[in-house]
Design a protein around this ligand. Structure first.
Ligand SMILES: *Cc1c(COP(=O)(O)O)cnc(C)c1O
Length: 389
């Protein structure tokens, strides 16, 4: 029996699991990233009701801060209760109606998730191809539009599975709009980390997550829709298949009425509010520049160790650095060594890139010189351990 059980004890027959003592990790994987201490403090403040006048005020503030981070004036800008996938499913499940066709990309893991969600929403899925590790070519998107005439086009702005940033977003949205289609952008690993301009780039719907470049725990996930997209949602002939994520119902809570739909994850909204205040204090453009700068040092350091980036410089994604695993090196052993010896989290590859890359995040509060230096020193040791240096 542990000391703790002797001093605190549990009731007869009840499990004794001890006090919560999570390890003190440095999070440099594909998310979650290190949480800013101010965000953690915000989460330990007292709960109020989800319709409390003070909370209603906070909801307005969060919406205003989200508009700033997304660079949008969209009225329909809310945190969805749940992780990034909930905001993703709210976007796809509301915009795609049975009989609609959605065009999705094949160049990474999250395009595949878009396809699954569109199919479940009753949509027909068509694809625009690019290999894992490359962005979409606007010419291919235009060809796919001519061939399939999709109603909705989804793309991943920052593909966390490959470390690729999709360039030429305004060109992609122009193609879609020439065909009267709606554009949904996955901005989970770009919001608050790399340049993203929802209004200037004419993105109709963008969703994100709090635990990547906003450095906030998962639980309340940003979503924004312009009026054109929201009109499609409100004009649906059939109800969205998810009651919980039905935006026409959520409108009652986040819109003018402020009536009960479900109990908002209050503490997560506090956290997001504080995380977004940090964005506002730093300035969104300065924040993008910081990510480029700090991750640029990370990239240079990785290259000095003899490692090769998976994405060419033109599509390099500062918030997620995909690095090729050198021949003869056991990718999992390096990951295990970093956790065991340095309390440092990075991740391996997924799907087509499993075993081929490491994924090193440089997001939000983790995008600091201190983290980068620590990671480079730890990785050098892990590679030496493998005889790779
Ligand atoms: C993390 C991520 C998601 C899913 O977010 P969860 O919070 O894990 O549900 C979706 N898209 C991209 C690009 C991501 O990186």
């Amino acid at each position: 029996m542990s000391d703790r059980a002797e001093t605190r004890g549990t009731a007869e027959g009840a499990p004794d699991v001890g006090e919560l003592t999570p390890p003190d990790r440095t999070l440099m994987g594909p998310g979650p990233s290190d949480v800013h201490p101010r965000v953690l403090r915000a989460m330990s403040t007292p709960l109020v009701g989800h319709l409390d006048p003070s909370f209603v005020e906070m909801m307005d503030e969060v919406q205003e801060l989200l508009r700033y981070a997304f660079r949008t004036d969209n009225r329909w800008t809310i945190p969805v209760s749940g992780t990034g996938s909930a905001a993703m499913e709210a976007a796809i499940g509301n915009l795609v109606e049975p009989g609609d066709t959605m065009l999705v990309p094949t160049n990474g893991y999250f395009g595949g998730r878009m396809a699954s969600m569109a199919g479940r929403a009753g949509g027909e899925v068509v694809e625009v191809d690019a290999p894992w590790g490359e962005p979409l070519d606007p010419a291919d998107v235009a060809a796919a539009f001519d061939e399939h005439q999709p109603d909705v086009f989804g793309f991943v702005h920052a593909e966390t599975s490959t470390g690729v940033l999709q360039p030429e977003v305004p060109e992609l949205t122009a193609i879609a709009h020439d065909h009267d289609a709606y554009v949904i952008a996955d901005t989970v690993t770009s919001l608050g980390g790399v340049e993203l301009r929802v209004d200037d780039w004419n993105v109709d719907v963008a969703y994100s997550g709090p635990q990547k470049c906003l450095s906030c725990p998962p639980g309340a996930s940003p979503l924004t829709l312009n009026d054109r997209a929201m009109d499609k949602v409100l004009d649906r002939e059939t109800d969205a298949r998810s009651w919980y994520l039905d935006l026409s119902l959520l409108e009652g809570y986040w819109g003018d009425d402020r009536s009960y739909h479900h109990t908002a994850p209050i503490t997560n909204v506090y956290a997001l509010r504080e995380a977004l205040r940090l964005v506002a204090e730093e300035g969104i453009e300065k924040r993008w520049a910081r990510h480029r700068e700090v991750a640029g040092d990370l990239k240079a350091g990785l290259q000095e160790l003899g490692l090769e980036m998976n994405a060419p410089d033109d599509y390099w994604l500062p918030s997620l650095n995909a690095v090729r695993v050198p021949d003869g090196v056991d990718d999992a052993a390096v990951i295990d060594h970093l956790i065991a010896e340095y309390d440092l989290e990075i991740a391996g590859g997924l799907g087509d890139l499993a075993g081929d890359i490491w994924r090193i995040g440089c997001m939000g509060h983790s995008a600091r010189p201190k983290n980068v230096e620590y990671l480079l020193a730890a990785l050098e040791d892990a590679l030496a351990e493998q005889g790779a240096l």
